[in-house]
Design a protein around this ligand. Structure first.
Ligand code: IPM
Ligand code: MN
Length: 335
């Protein structure tokens, strides 16, 4: 396995260290190349993501990323110039974000909610393409547009991925959109789900508006199996999904080029958390579960399963605060 590692900013290096510790146990002998990308490099050299680095990254089997973002850099520069650039340059059109409430983990939802679903968030289109503009900036007549781009090709490939995922699970797919208002894109998504759905007759299909979906995610999350949605709705709903299933410290994700041409990239959903960086306070579980997603993606389901089982065991027996390193050590010892 040829692995590129981007530790990144803030708590990124701390959580990646623990994820690699666990990976080394279940998949020993991986060849790792570390890439210095993030705020430090930007300050030192002015570079965000050189073309040559993109080309190198593409050649790996997978990429493990910690976190990108730092308060010393104007908001948007690292996000757009590095994180989103990585996703777009490598055609990571599937942003896979599973949510599962592990036994022993407390949810802010009452009772013992049944949470086990995956969000398949489109990753390279929607309002994230940077299309739009502003005129008369700073005047009372300023106008700003932010265009959401949805292509048949782009929607179809992510919808197909979501249906395929559903066939491996409880065979239920929910399209989340806002078709009552965003009627052009909504119609494209709806028609595409219906058309692709015909190829997957054993998968049942549901539809929810994004606003209603936030209610159901809180009142009845058990109704979801696979959610497919656009880039922005997916961004928002996966933070909610993380919050109801144990918090952002546990939420893993994969940025996947399902065509297999470019390396896919696995990262915790959380950010760089500069307020707790360097204090061994960050929970490395999201990064460790991201490593499990990475192994699953590469077909090593046995090793991925061992990580998930070790994480489940650790979560079930947690009492009191533990450091980043202690959690990593515990999980590495029981995989
Ligand atoms: C995420 C983040 C990013 C996104 C930001 C940092 C650009 O919120 O990974 O969910 O919006 O996709
Ligand atoms: Mn987000």
């Amino acid at each position: 396995m040829k692995l590129a590692v981007i530790a990144g900013d803030g708590i990124g290096p701390e959580v990646v260290t623990e994820a690699l510790k666990v990976l080394d146990v279940v998949a020993p002998g991986a060849e790792k190349v570390e890439y210095d990308l993030g705020a430090a490099r930007y300050h030192r050299t002015g570079e965000l993501l050189p073309e040559s680095v993109i080309e190198e990254l593409k050649q790996h089997d997978a990429i493990l990323l910690g976190a990108i973002g730092d308060p010393s850099v104007t908001p948007g520069i690292l996000e757009r110039g590095l994180l989103l650039k990585l996703r777009f340059a490598m055609d990571h059109h599937v942003n896979l974000r599973p949510s599962k409430l592990f036994p022993g983990v407390s949810s802010p939802l009452s009772g013992n909610p049944d949470i086990d679903f995956v969000v398949v968030r489109e990753g390279t289109e929607g309002p994230y393409t940077g299309t739009g503009g502003a005129i008369r900036v700073g005047t009372p007549h300023e106008v700003a547009t932010e265009v959401s781009t949805n292509t048949r090709f782009g929607v179809e490939r992510v919808v197909r991925y979501a249906f395929a995922k559903a066939t491996q699970r409880r065979k239920h797919l929910t399209l989340v959109h806002k078709t009552n208002v965003l009627s052009f894109a909504g119609s494209l998504w709806e028609r595409t789900v219906r058309a692709v759905g015909a190829e997957f007759p054993d998968v049942t299909i549901a539809y929810q508006h994004i606003d209603a979906a936030t209610i159901h995610m809180v009142t009845d999350p058990g109704r979801f199996d696979v959610i497919v949605t656009d880039n922005l709705f997916g961004d928002i709903i996966t933070d909610l999904a993380a919050a109801v299933s144990g918090g952002i410290g546990l939420a893993a994700s994969g940025n996947i080029d399902a065509s297999g041409v470019n390396a896919s990239m696995f990262e915790p959903v959380h950010g760089s958390a500069p307020d707790i960086a360097g204090q061994s306070k960050a929970d490395p579980t999201a990064a460790i579960l991201s490593a499990a997603l990475l192994l699953n993606h590469l077909g090593n389901t046995e090793a991925a399963g061992r990580i998930e089982a070790a994480v489940a065991k650790d979560l079930a027996s947690r009492s009191g605060a533990a450091t980043t390193v202690e959690i990593g050590d515990r999980i590495a010892a029981s995989v």
